[in-house]
Write a protein that binds this ligand. Sequence first.
Ligand code: SF4
Length: 124
Amino acid sequence: MRIQHLTSDLFISGSNAITENGEIVNIDGFGNRVNSIAFGPRKVIIIAGCNKIVPDVEAAIERIKDVAAPMNAKRLNLPLPCARTGYCHDCKSEQRICRIVSILERKPNATDISVFIINESLGL
Ligand code: SF4
């Protein structure tokens, strides 16, 4: 079960942020998503709304910490400071959801990735 999607033929994912330069930036709590995007599945498809496009990597991290993660924390009803205030406190919580940062600068050598940007606001 734990490695199932690492060995799948197809892995479909969203993304937290995509820069104007093409870097794909994600932050995970467990790392299952970022690992599967980087290596394992035969084919990876990333689908993201145009609201995920940011100028650069710095803005991507900012978007994730001050928009996506707080909204996710709130949605999951987690007792995290960002869920209350709507911005990152760089918390030391056991339930912290920001633990692994992945920046794909280019397509990983062994993974076939297609990225689809949808011209509407989708997801966190
Ligand atoms: S580091 Fe902690 S406070 Fe900051 S966004 Fe992540 S979970 Fe929230």
